[in-house]
Ligand binder design. Sequence first.
Ligand SMILES: NC(=O)c1ccc[n+]([C@@H]2O[C@H](COP(=O)([O-])OP(=O)(O)OC[C@H]3O[C@@H](n4cnc5c(N)ncnc54)[C@H](OP(=O)(O)O)[C@@H]3O)[C@@H](O)[C@H]2O)c1
Length: 334
Amino acid sequence: MTMTTLKLGNDGPEVFAQGLGCMGMSAFYAGAEHNESVATLERALDLGVTLFDTSDMYGPHTNEELLGAFLAEGDRRERVTLATKFAINVSPEGEREIRGDAAYVKQAAEASLRRLRTDVIDLYYMHRRDVRVPIEETVGAMAELVREGKVRHLGLSEVTAKELHAAAAVHPIAAVQSEWSLFTRDIEGTVVPAVREVGAALVAYSPLGRGFLTGAWAAAETLPEGDFRRFQPRFTGDNAAANTAILEPVRTIAAAHGATPAQVALAWVHSRTAAWGTSVIPIPGTTKRHRLEENVAAAELALTDAELAALEPIAAQVSGDRYPDMAATFNDRD
Ligand SMILES: NC(=O)c1ccc[n+]([C@@H]2O[C@H](COP(=O)([O-])OP(=O)(O)OC[C@H]3O[C@@H](n4cnc5c(N)ncnc54)[C@H](OP(=O)(O)O)[C@@H]3O)[C@@H](O)[C@H]2O)c1
């Protein structure tokens, strides 16, 4: 298989065109099994996947600890472009506060370095914007971490185009991480053009619509207790049924290629690199080797213009918001 690599921003490292989202191994989605998660990380390295995505708030902390323990063995750390995030501070009581002040950025980075058992974070993201703090202060503190050699490249998640431009004026931004899939295309209006203008890569999170686009489940009510998706408006009640119906073109195209719906959903995100003329790197999350293999193979699946046209109407037909509470998403701000 030819391994397509893409650059993480103008000055960033080359990574395999598809990363691995590690969140579900420790948080939000029920059912991960430790040994299979570790085997999945190992298989990802074997297959040439290089961008591993985590955050200090996954768990909280346990996802970084899982990766830290995994990467401590042999030469694994140097084979990975390690991305983590700060800003969503979870108290011992489970309350969340978004923090972007300079003191917090430094303290969060030190804690992530410790848990990840590494001297340097390859890509450090602001996970959410603290609107009480000028973005210049937050990015200024992140830039300081680069100067200190603790971080190599900077990223931002769930930001507006305006925030991205303000941040890029302080320090080059290698990547913007936003939700982007057949289901969620809100960023195409202003964020994606801004990403291209500042020379960043777009890292597409939840490219499988949190699993819904794969057809592996069709209603949140069927997911185990404790699974965050049970409360996501687009997966519950009438919305789930309506949203399953609009995925017919995905199923038809998958059948024509002898592929799976998951592969078609990922191939569509991969096709955005050519469509927008900027690096687009999906980071599907999985906790299972066989799904990782299926997902990685999708990087080679080319969709025809007619197939892309058939997929085009889906996002506009989706019923329900992408989060139960849209506050702190980029949609919430100018
Ligand atoms: N920046 C942010 O705010 C933000 C928000 C959300 C996520 N993220 C990042 O993005 C990553 C990916 O997003 P995500 O995990 O939310 O959603 P996703 O990648 O769209 O979907 C993940 C779900 O799909 C299932 N799945 C994966 N491959 C499959 C396949 N081939 N067939 C059937 N089911 C499949 C997984 O279950 P199994 O484990 O059972 O395979 C998991 O439940 C996360 O891991 C995280 O690193 C970032």
